[in-house]
Design a binder for this molecule. Structure first.
Ligand code: DX5
Ligand code: ZN
Length: 216
């Protein structure tokens, strides 16, 4: 499978969200990554359901909703109603992850699990067969524009090994500090989807940057 690119709307100019979404529509991007933060699970607040609802009718690509919130299970129906294609919850935020994953799938959305940089891959051993994708954070969640954590490349390779060993179709998405150089190494290590915020939206030519990431 050719790798996918998911621009992160967090890095867009919020005064011109429509233009950002239309740029993504017209580009080679595959999905739009949307970061919801609550100021509790992460030390920042981004945007919530009103923004998901505003973007969904304009967006022509699947909406990839990354919830950086405590108790994400409370909002599964709200995320589904907002038109999300996939919902990802943090391993660290879910006491009953198996139940949460099942409830996400019942809505028809894809269910994904995210790991913080310090959370070991081995903790996925008994849940990975139930999730469609794993999102590896390659920065500490909460902010765009942070420096890539090097260890993420080796972690991606170990996750890929686990998936291959179990013969699963699980996809690997990596989020944080992605650029041409880190992106290339992540793809070599086994990543299937690259999220990029600043590298795309702060670029003078975002569509061209997406094209280049897609061609890696
Ligand atoms: C960070 C978010 C990321 C962020 C990535 O908590 O989950 O999606 O937007 O931004 P960059 O690519 O600038 O590191
Ligand atoms: Zn994200």
């Amino acid at each position: 499978m050719k790798h996918k690119i998911a621009p992160s709307l967090l890095a867009a100019d919020f005064m011109h969200l429509r233009q950002a979404v239309e740029m993504v529509n017209d580009s080679d991007a595959d999905w739009l990554h949307m970061d919801v933060m609550d100021g509790v699970f992460v030390p920042n607040i981004s945007f919530g359901f009103p923004v998901l609802h505003a973007v969904a009718p304009v967006l022509k690509k699947p909406m990839d909703v990354h919830l950086m919130i405590v108790e994400p299970q409370k909002f599964i129906d709200r995320v589904a109603e907002s038109g999300a294609y996939m919902m990802t919850v943090h391993y660290e935020a879910c006491t009953h992850l198996h139940r949460t994953v099942a409830a996400i799938k019942e809505t028809g959305m894809k269910a994904w699990v995210t790991l913080n940089p310090h959370t070991p891959i081995r903790l996925l051993e008994d849940i990975i067969q139930d999730v469609d994708m794993v999102l590896l954070m390659s920065v500490n969640p909460g902010f765009g524009g942070q420096r890539f954590i090097e260890h993420s490349v080796e972690k991606t390779a170990r996750l890929k090994d686990m998936i291959t060993r179990k013969g699963l179709p699980t996809l690997i998405e990596v989020d944080g500090g992605v650029n041409m150089e880190t992106g290339k190494r992540l793809l070599t290590a086994g990543a299937d989807i690259l999220v990029a915020g600043d590298f795309i939206f702060k670029s003078p030519h975002p569509m061209q940057t997406i094209k280049e990431l897609k061609a890696l």
